[in-house]
Write a new protein. Structure first.
Length: 572
């Protein structure tokens, strides 16, 4: 659901971005009769090789041109017993692509006049509660737009019914447990991907409609679009004759009771999803009937909270990014043994859907290839491309003392990222790899595929870094990485009671065992988890916070890190 660590592996590669004047003239006038047979033949040769390399048991794909399904086909099998072949009508768990559909459900409710994007959530869910270090009024500031754009400050997962808590939990119990969580940052402060936001949006639709979320979506979206094999009902999905079983490597992942509905609980087929892509390409029209105003639909594509220098962004339930001389709209998904992607390009009237039953499968080469083949078939050639310019400023010389102050570790979504000084230059240090950064001023740096802008105090001390990637397997979204620690940190005062928390801990993430270690360093309490050593800031006895605002709660036998439970291992 885009909720496990490797979820970014499903994000598409951003190709070199041409200017508008470089787009081929024929892009506005497609060839009268489009022959996609060569494109389909090329994909039929590529897909088996991809599946073999990535150990994918089954894959389904559909190609869309306007209101027409160009091609839809399945490859492989629904599980490794090879008893049932995957077809274009095989059912897959979509994971985080669900967020796109949940968002459209909210827009349909707005179209009916039930609410507005900038309405506060508490107007409709007055019982909503969440702990906050930033004032008691924070929860009242959360709007519908904040939820759909991942700007509410909510955790990625709720305390109950998350990837690390697989106990049977109802959807309502899952949402109510938000009251036991802490805001990571002030509402609206920054983007931070949080499946919980779309779960709360799904619950809001239940409150407004008086129906279950699944029933609302069936009545208001799936049925009008003719999506007869789509549902948020797990029990319905388990009875489907061609349900794909998720896989983690060679191991099958049994279907889990997943209450994360709005953020990742939708089941569908590539045939059904092609109808949704056509609906998007038609600007909110399906079967000649307008379901959603085009103006409201376009709100999903905009940057609701613009960041200086941003190239791509998370709009409302979709990622928007430059691609092949146009704008691509997409959402990937990954988790519980599934990897998925859905993408469309309004300018070219084309879309691609690909679903697999293998976790951590990198689908961006397949999607890239499919679009390149389709655009070439429809318009005669691909747009010419020129490299993306990450910074408009020329390279500059930076005093060594300025560079030295920026050195330290910063906190991305997972793990930590270290910056150090190498040969008088600021460099990114990842394991044994040292990547020198090109300075463009005292706080702005680039490497070949990434931009960095450091936030500093008036005295020049670092606070965090804003960054985005222009290529590779990462989101083209301006992210904020707060400062974790620096080599210049003054020693802390290790409190005697902290020693009781120092131990090794065991937990789960999906179907994988994970571990964490709590230790003292330089007078501070640290937790080593998810690939990084995280410095903890004490708030009150037994409660700490990481640099990016995740709560860390200790009791006698366990630690809860960002709502993910860990059990203390026995001392030996």
């Amino acid at each position: 659901m885009g909720t496990v660590r490797a979820s970014a592996a499903a994000i598409l590669l951003i190709l070199a971005v041409p200017s508008v004047t470089q787009i081929v003239p024929s892009a506005a006038q497609p060839q009268q009769r489009v022959d996609y047979a060569p494109a389909i033949a090329a994909l039929e040769r590529q897909i088996p090789d991809l599946m073999e390399r990535a150990k994918i048991p089954g894959l389904a794909i559909s190609l869309v041109d306007g209101d027409r399904v160009v091609w839809a086909r399945g490859f492989g099998h629904t599980d490794r017993t090879r008893a049932v072949q995957v077809t274009a009508n095989s059912l897959f768990l979509l994971q985080s692509i669900s967020k796109t559909y949940t968002t459209i459900g909210v827009l349909l409710a707005i179209e009916q006049g039930w609410l507005a994007l900038d309405d506060p959530v508490v107007r409709f869910v007055p019982t909503l509660s969440v702990h906050s270090r930033y004032g008691e009024d924070q929860v009242a500031k959360i709007t519908i737009r904040h939820l759909l754009a991942h700007r509410a400050g909510l955790n990625h997962e709720a305390p109950l019914g998350n990837f690390s808590d697989l106990r049977p939990t109802s959807f309502h119990e899952h949402v109510r447990s938000i009251a036991d969580s802490w805001l990571q940052f002030p509402v609206g402060d920054r983007f931070s991907y949080a499946s919980l936001s779309h779960d709360l949006a799904a619950y809001l639709l239940e409150v407004l409609s008086g129906k279950s979320f699944d029933r609302f979506m069936r009545n208001e979206l799936f049925r009008p679009l003719g999506m007869t094999s789509s549902s948020f009902d797990r029990e319905w999905a388990l009875d489907h004759p061609s349900l794909a079983l998720g896989h983690d490597g060679d191991r099958a992942v049994p279907p889990v009771s997943n209450p994360m509905l709005g953020g990742g609980g939708m089941y569908s087929t590539v045939t059904d999803m092609a109808k949704f892509v056509s609906f998007e390409l038609a600007g909110g029209v399906a079967g000649g009937r307008r379901l959603l105003s085009e103006a409201l639909l376009r709100e999903t594509e905009k940057s609701s909270f613009p960041e200086p220098g941003e190239v791509g962004w998370y709009g409302l339930g979709v990622i928007s990014m430059p691609y092949l001389g146009a704008t691509a709209l997409l959402h990937p998904g990954d988790g519980f043994g599934f990897s998925t992607i859905q993408m469309w390009i309004p300018r070219y009237g084309l879309g691609v859907v690909a679903l697999t039953n293998q976790g951590d499968a990198d689908l961006h080469p397949l999607a890239d290839s499919a679009f390149a083949l389709m655009v070439k078939a429809k318009y005669g050639q691909l747009p010419s491309a020129s490299p993306m310019q990450l910074s408009s400023k020329p390279a500059a010389n930076i005093p060594l003392d300025v560079v030295t102050r920026l050195a330290g570790t910063y906190k991305p979504r997972w793990g930590t990222m270290r910056f150090g000084v190498n040969g008088g230059q600021l460099a990114k240090i990842a394991g044994n790899d040292t990547v020198p950064l090109t300075p463009h001023g005292g706080t702005e740096f680039t490497e070949p595929n990434r931009f960095y802008r450091f936030d500093v105090t008036p005295a020049g001390e670092p606070i965090g870094v804003r960054t985005f990637s222009s290529g590779g397997e990462h989101w083209p979204i301006m992210e904020y990485w707060p400062l974790n620690d620096t080599p210049r940190d003054r020693p802390g005062v290790a409190r005697p009671e902290w020693s009781q928390y120092v131990a090794d801990y065991h937990g789960r993430s999906g179907n994988q065992d994970i571990s964490a270690q709590v230790f003292l360093r330089n007078g501070y309490l640290y937790v080593s988890a998810f690939g990084g050593d995280l410095k903890l800031t004490p708030y009150r006895p037994g409660l700490f916070f990481t640099a990016d605002g995740e709560s860390v709660v200790f009791d006698a036998i366990r630690m809860v890190l960002g709502n993910r439970p860990f059990v203390r291992k026995p001392d030996h």
